[in-house]
Write a protein that binds this ligand. Sequence first.
Ligand code: SAM
Length: 287
Amino acid sequence: MNLCSPKEIKELMQAFGIRPSRALGQNFLIDSRVVVRTAELCCEGRSESILEIGPGVGCLTERLPGRYKNVVAIEIDSRLIPVLRFTLGNRSNIKIINADVLKCNLREITAPYLDGGLSVCANLPYYITTPILMLLLESGIPFDYITVMVQAEVAARLCASPGSQEYGAITASLAYFGHAERLFSVPAHAFWPAPKVDSAVVRIRLYKDKPLLALDEKILSRVIKSAFGQRRKTLVNALSAGFPELPKAALAEIVGKIGHTADIRGERLGIAEFVAIADEISRAARP
Ligand code: SAM
């Protein structure tokens, strides 16, 4: 069957007595060119295995096994599991797991697929794009690439430069783990049901050896969150709110040490400066 045909998806869902769930971000891809390009470009042919998050009815999933040795797909909606069994058949190289990606043991699930390289390829549910991305980045799992279809506005944030309007906590955090590249746009009418906004595919190449290493990654994450949590405040005031245990004067001194005046705002800083601040805080916090 044609899994990119809205008519056939509707008939399929009717046969299984289900409707797309808006709450779970179920907007299914119906443009086969977008599906093929995403499957082709997701890891530049570097990985043998692919982790898909949210296979839906399987339109992207079914294009992966021809190109990759193994596919493991995690789908939260138990109603879709029998649908996927029907659309994908019993292929030995596709494993479907019924779980919430945010709650499952991702390390255990991905462990058998690491030899030969593993990348992520997913049309992400829009309501939890950032938590899923942060989970994947911070998981420590050595993915080659994380390729995701996200709302156009999120794609702009992932690929933004320091100081730009789109630059945010997710941009800075991502820059610590890898390099993001916007591959192509996907119009809203490439989905059924059509969402309100356009999307884009972003490919993140993860560093095998990180160019910057923070002394304490948890402190780095707190620094970035504080700096962007209080966007209108100066960096010193924002850090002071995020690190109430440290005197404001000490934080001002740290910001001065990395070469900035007290009125600098966090959104102007690149990842190297966030790491420098986090390392100073880690040293200051040591007993
Ligand atoms: N891959 C399919 C496609 O491109 O047509 C469906 C993509 S749809 C945008 C997002 C999918 O993610 C849905 O199938 C939804 O049920 C699933 N999903 C939503 N939240 C999830 C979660 N926390 N864990 C795993 N899957 C989730």
